[in-house]
Design a protein around this ligand. Structure first.
Ligand code: SF4
Length: 315
C-alpha cells in the first residue's frame, strides 16, 4: 500500500507523464453509473457534496510526499468516483498550488458544472477533462446512467458555461460503447455538442478494461479512427497495444494497482517492474483469498479487485 492515505501513484500516463493521483471521494461515490466504468457499478448515485476526506489531511499527505522527494509532471484529482462531489476540492486545488508549481488536473464527468461554485472551483485546475458521451436525454441515460434527478440539458448547459469562461486547458472525453452510441450519425450528434466547446483536445475512448456491465463492448480500432475525424480538433483514440496503455509508478503495489486499473499480466510486469512468474503467483494467491478476480475482456485476461457480497469492501 502507498504510505499516503489520499495519494496514489505516481502513475505513468501517455498524456500526463508521471501523474500523482489525489483521492477525494470514497469508492465508489459518483453521480453516474456508466456502463463502461472500470471501477465497477455505482451502488447508489448521489449529487450530495460533502467533505469526504479533510482538506488538511490531503494537503499534509502532499507536503510529506514533496518533502520525501516526490516528483511528478501533474497532480490529478481523480480516483474511485467523481471528485467534484468533494465540497472542498477548490480549497485543495488552492493548497496544492500554494505548495508546488506542479500543474493540476481535474478529471470530472462534468455533471455538477451547472452549480456555479463547482465551476469556480474547477477553474482553479490547470487542465480540466469533462466527459460527454450522449447527445440527448435518452442516449445519455443509456450510457452514463446518471442520478435520476439530473437532466441532460442542465448538465450540458453547465459544461457550456464552464467552457465559455475557463482560461485553462479543456479536454473532453467521449466514451463509445458498441451498439449504444457508436453509429456515425450518433457520434456526429455528440461532435456537434463537443466541437463548439472548443476543447484543446478530444479523447475518443472505448471499452479496453473490464467494464461495469460485461455486455458493454468495445468499438473496433478502424471505426474509432474514422469517427475521430468528426471532432475538432480530430479526436485522439486509444493506443492499441494493451501493454502500453497505463503503467503505475513505484508508489503502487499489486493490489492497489489492480484496484484502480484492472490490468493484464503484461501490464503489471511493465508497471511494477516485476517478474512474470512471481507476479502470477501473487495474483493467484490474491485470487484464492478472494481479493482479486480475473475476467476476460476483448480477448485478454484482466485482473481486478474483487467486489462481491462475500467481501464487499474487497480490502
Ligand atoms: S466512469 Fe467516471 S463518471 Fe462514470 S461511473 Fe465511473 S467514476 Fe463515475
Amino acid at each position: 500500500m502507498s504510505a499516503f492515505r489520499h495519494l496514489f501513484g505516481p502513475v505513468l500516463s501517455r498524456r500526463l507523464g508521471l501523474s500523482l493521483g489525489v483521492e477525494l471521494v470514497p469508492e465508489k461515490t459518483c453521480s453516474y453509473d456508466c456502463v463502461f466504468c472500470q471501477i465497477g457499478r455505482t451502488p447508489c448515485t448521489t449529487l450530495e457534496r460533502a467533505r469526504f476526506v479533510p482538506e488538511d489531511e490531503v494537503l499534509a499527505d502532499f507536503s510529506a510526499w514533496l518533502a520525501g522527494g516526490g516528483k511528478a509532471d501533474h497532480i490529478t484529482l481523480a480516483g474511485a468516483g467523481e471528485p467534484t462531489l468533494h465540497a472542498g476540492f477548490g480549497d485543495i486545488l488552492d493548497g496544492l498550488r500554494a505548495r508546488s508549481a506542479i500543474p493540476t488536473v481535474l478529471m470530472s464527468n462534468g455533471s455538477l458544472f451547472y452549480v456555479p461554485e463547482v465551476r469556480a472551483a474547477s477553474a482553479k485546475a490547470d487542465i480540466v477533462k469533462v466527459s460527454l458521451s450522449g447527445w440527448d436525454e435518452a442516449s445519455w441515460r443509456q450510457v452514463n446512467r446518471p442520478d435520476s434527478s439530473l437532466r441532460f440539458d442542465r448538465v450540458l448547459e453547465g459544461i457550456r458555461a464552464f467552457a465559455r469562461d475557463y482560461r485553462g486547458t479543456l479536454w473532453v472525453e467521449v466514451f463509445l460503447v458498441r451498439g449504444i452510441n457508436d453509429r456515425p450519425e450518433q457520434v456526429a450528434r455528440i461532435a456537434a455538442l463537443v466541437n463548439p466547446l472548443k476543447p484543446a483536445c478530444v479523447h475518443l475512448n472505448t471499452v479496453v478494461r473490464p467494464p461495469a456491465e460485461p455486455e458493454a463492448r468495445s468499438v473496433a480500432e478502424d471505426a474509432m479512427r474514422e469517427l475521430a475525424a468528426l471532432f475538432h480538433p480530430p479526436a485522439e483514440t486509444p493506443v492499441s497495444d494493451r501493454s502500453r496503455s497505463v503503467s503505475a509508478g513505484a508508489g503502487g503495489g499489486l493490489l492497489e494497482t489492480v484496484t484502480r486499473h484492472p490490468s493484464t499480466l503484461a501490464q503489471l510486469v511493465e508497471s511494477l517492474h516485476g517478474d512474470p512468474g512471481s507476479l502470477l503467483k501473487e495474483l493467484e494467491a490474491l485470487e484464492k483469498a478472494g481479493r482479486v478476480e480475473s475476467v476476460m475482456t476483448e480477448g485478454a485476461v484482466y485482473y481486478r479487485r474483487r467486489r462481491d457480497p462475500v467481501n464487499p469492501s474487497g480490502g
